[in-house]
Ligand binder design. Structure first.
Ligand SMILES: NC(=O)CC[C@H](N)C(=O)O
Length: 254
């Protein structure tokens, strides 16, 4: 486990508020085949927190206040996306911490979402896109629930544009599970305008019952910096995930 240095561009080191934010440590997990860990680290920094690099074979989470499981092709998506990664030593720690009384906030993005369903931290499964092709596009999502650790900075009904890129993006679950998710307000994001993969009920992301574990297929960490995110909208509409969890952590520790 390595603590990464702050780059400081988004943080004025002498401002007490910025220092308090930077005291929050957000772990970013890397598996063999992970692709988006660097962007997740940068998103954490831009939100003002301190990113901590975690390796899948680590046997401790250290003192991180939250964890991001980023996108990519962990273990080459062999067997089924996320099916091998769920057995990583660090995943056992993440599952325990997410279910503990402390309710560690955990965000799974794309392959991270696939790992969370395989780990049973979230219900349902991810299967091949209905059109059987890899798809890469800027995608509009609607925030359906802001009572989670990762969405509290968004208004309910807000539409955000973030990149989407996957081959196994079709969210499925049995009707009973889908009805329960809807009734409990655990559908956190829905695709707007176009369903890119055949996901049931246009579901783009869900949470666990406590709202500390959230998974989604599109990539908020690729929409955190003007000039580098989607052209549609501000290009920074994913930053709210990272400020949300940071405000939750700082608020809880006040
Ligand atoms: N961008 C990603 O995380 C890709 C996720 C996954 N391996 C897929 O293609 O479905």
């Amino acid at each position: 486990m390595t603590e990464l240095p702050l780059i400081g561009e988004a943080i004025a080191a002498d401002a007490p508020a910025a220092r308090r934010l930077a005291g929050a440590k957000i772990g970013v997990v890397t598996f063999p085949g992970t692709l988006d860990d660097r962007d997740a680290v940068r998103a954490v920094r831009l939100a003002g927190a301190t990113p901590v690099a975690l390796w899948h074979a680590d046997t401790t989470l250290g003192d991180v206040d939250a964890v991001v499981i980023p996108g990519g092709f962990s273990y080459g998506d062999y067997l089924r996306a996320g099916a091998i990664s769920r057995f990583a030593p660090l995943m056992a720690k993440i599952i325990d911490a997410a279910n503990s009384d402390a309710r560690l906030p955990v965000l799974g993005i794309c392959n991270g979402f696939q790992i969370l369903t395989e780990s049973h931290l979230l219900p349902g499964s991810m299967i091949k896109n209905d059109h059987l092709k890899f798809m890469c596009r800027d995608q509009v999502l609607r925030v359906e629930n802001n009572a989670t650790d990762w969405t509290r900075d968004y208004a309910v009904g807000r539409e955000i544009t973030v990149p989407l890129k996957n081959q196994d993006g079709q969210y499925i679950a049995d009707e009973k599970t889908l009805d329960a998710l809807e009734a409990e307000g655990r559908v956190v994001f829905r695709y707007v305008g176009f369903n890119p993969n055949g996901s049931r009920r246009d579901i783009a992301g869900i949470s666990n019952a406590a709202g500390n574990v959230v998974g989604l297929m599109p990539h908020p960490e690729h929409a955190v910096e003007a000039g580098f995110g989607p052209e549609n909208g501000s290009g920074t509409e994913g930053l709210g995930f990272f400020t949300s969890v940071l405000n939750k952590i700082v608020g809880d520790n006040k």
